[in-house]
Design a protein around this ligand. Structure first.
Ligand SMILES: NC(=O)c1ccc[n+]([C@@H]2O[C@H](COP(=O)([O-])OP(=O)(O)OC[C@H]3O[C@@H](n4cnc5c(N)ncnc54)[C@H](OP(=O)(O)O)[C@@H]3O)[C@@H](O)[C@H]2O)c1
Length: 264
């Protein structure tokens, strides 16, 4: 992929923690960022904030970047006044599930606008010291303006991300085993109120880290990983049955030991 550099007018829909994190780097690279959101973020130093969606959509954008929660994207996209667009743009999203926004955006975004679905596989915590070597997944779903799409992807390329082009389906299959499982383990550890002890092993320290980093994300994000990734349900079943098998192995071993003791 070529690295074309161009200053972009980027309009962000959904200005929560992740969008604010992305906007910082985009602004640093010289891009012009505007945003709109459900809540009022007008005091934010990195962006020009618009409360009115119609006014926002009617501005000169090159890219409209959708950063809302997974569980709200359907309502948000369906409420976009597409008729206010000045010209065809590149629509992009950063949701942590991919088949769901792909299908929705293909259905709702006007035919003359392009579409790229992406997932930066990092967040405000893991990416706080830079994005070098952090994976960035994307699928060019409907791209005719190659220069514009390359300029948008170059934002991540220039920060040193590991660029991974793959289908949204493949992403969701892999992410159900990696991201959803990590978040589920983190939430289980949190339910168990797992916390540091004076005799922590390195392995245990990592477990506490998993608990802390996953529970820092919103519950909307976590539940979205389950509700809108069709592969996640099977992973949850796999986790339950694996726990059951481990339990049975332990109990059988204990029974055998007790049996030996009785024989002696
Ligand atoms: N956090 C990460 O590390 C990370 C990494 C990669 C991708 N992502 C993806 O980035 C997106 C944003 O993530 P996040 O961490 O910022 O938190 P989030 O809780 O997933 O989403 C928060 C955003 O969704 C908006 N929102 C929530 N409910 C809404 C509703 N009913 N109507 C309209 N807007 C609504 C919020 O708007 P207001 O702020 O206006 O309330 C805010 O902009 C998600 O799709 C997530 O999967 C996150």
């Amino acid at each position: 992929m070529g690295t074309s550099t161009r200053t972009l007018n980027i309009g962000i829909i959904g200005f929560g923690p992740f969008a604010q994190f992305l906007a910082k780097t985009m602004t640093k690279q010289g891009h012009f960022i505007r945003a709109t959101s459900r809540s009022d973020h007008s005091g934010h130093p990195a962006v020009h904030f618009y409360r009115n969606m119609e006014e926002f959509i009617g501005l000169e954008h090159d890219v409209i970047l959708i950063c809302t929660s997974i569980v709200s994207i359907s309502d948000v996209v369906k409420s976009i006044p597409f008729h206010c667009l000045k010209k065809p743009v590149l629509f992009a999203d950063v949701l942590s599930v991919k088949e769901h926004p792909r299908q929705l955006l293909l259905q709702e975004v006007p035919e003359d606008s392009d579409l790229v679905c992406t997932h930066p596989m990092f967040g405000p915590e893991s990416g706080k010291d830079g994005w070098k070597n952090l994976p960035f997944m994307y699928e060019r779903v409907r791209v005719r303006n190659e220069t514009l799409c390359s300029s948008f992807l170059a934002i991540f390329e220039h920060e040193g991300c590991k660029m991974l082009e793959m289908s949204c389906e493949e992403h969701d299959r892999l992410a159900s085993q990696s991201q959803f499982l990590t978040h589920t383990i983190g939430r289980i550890l949190s339910e168990m109120e797992v916390t540091h002890t004076p005799i922590d092993t390195k392995g245990f320290e990592k477990l506490v880290q998993v608990k802390e980093s996953t529970t820092r994300d919103s519950f909307d994000l976590y539940s979205g990983l389950f509700i809108h990734n069709r592969f996640a349900k099977q992973q949850l079943k796999n986790l339950e049955s694996a726990l059951q098998r481990v339990k049975v192995t332990l109990e059988t071993t204990m029974d055998k030991q007790d049996g030996h003791k009785c024989e002696n």
